[in-house]
Design a protein around this ligand. Sequence first.
Ligand SMILES: [Zn+2]
Length: 266
Amino acid sequence: MNYHYIRLDDACEFMDNHKWMTVVEFMLDRGVIPIIAVIPDCRDEKLLQYDYREENLNLIKNWQAKGAILAVHGLHHVYTTQVSGFYSFREAKSEFAGLPFDEQLEMVSHAKRIFFEVYGEQENWIWVSPSGTFDKNTLLALKRNGFDLIIDGYSDAPYKFKGLNWIPRQLSGNIIRKKHGIWGISLHPNTMSDHDIELFKQFIDNNIGCFEYNISKIFAFPFRKRGVKEVLYDFKASLLMPIRHTVIIKLLVNVKRVLLQKSKRS
Ligand SMILES: [Zn+2]
């Protein structure tokens, strides 16, 4: 079993729609279904720098009509706390983690309401936390609001935990092929350079077999209960995350990626 999926983060009215169109339409053209994490009511200053375009919402709806899977990506995408939450080794900034349950319940409900008004009823309500930070109250608020699925966590297969189905996501920004398991790669089209997009396209074309996936295949996986395996994966991630973030490792990963691309070209 070897599935990769691509999650594209930060779609909203404010986005670099040229880059988004390049990435999403390339994927759809290749039959690779993206999961698009959409911000319901974007107030993130980094994203407000892009022109407001209502037509972006139509673009997203059009991608959805062509098979893209939409996920709710927070409410405003603004960090309100300095808490890392459930995964304590992640960066301490969150839109949700650390806030009281009632407040989170209202925020998630508000996010879902806005999302519903624009994109309609979803077959599966899927959640992606901004900055990957959430806590137990967030999970409870999601469950109370009828979310089925969260894209997060570490494992080689989907699992059930806290009343939600979890689709693990292990790779962030690093587009590399793994041999076994289900691997989510999250990317941010807004900040991808032309070179990044070119490498991304090459990766898809060179590994197209890993992307013969759609959401029904993922749902067909046996969602087992979170167990020792997931605890060990979490532990491994807690050890690797700080290392992965060091400059040296980042440099080595980039050098390896460039060398791999060169050897494939030659
Ligand atoms: Zn985001």
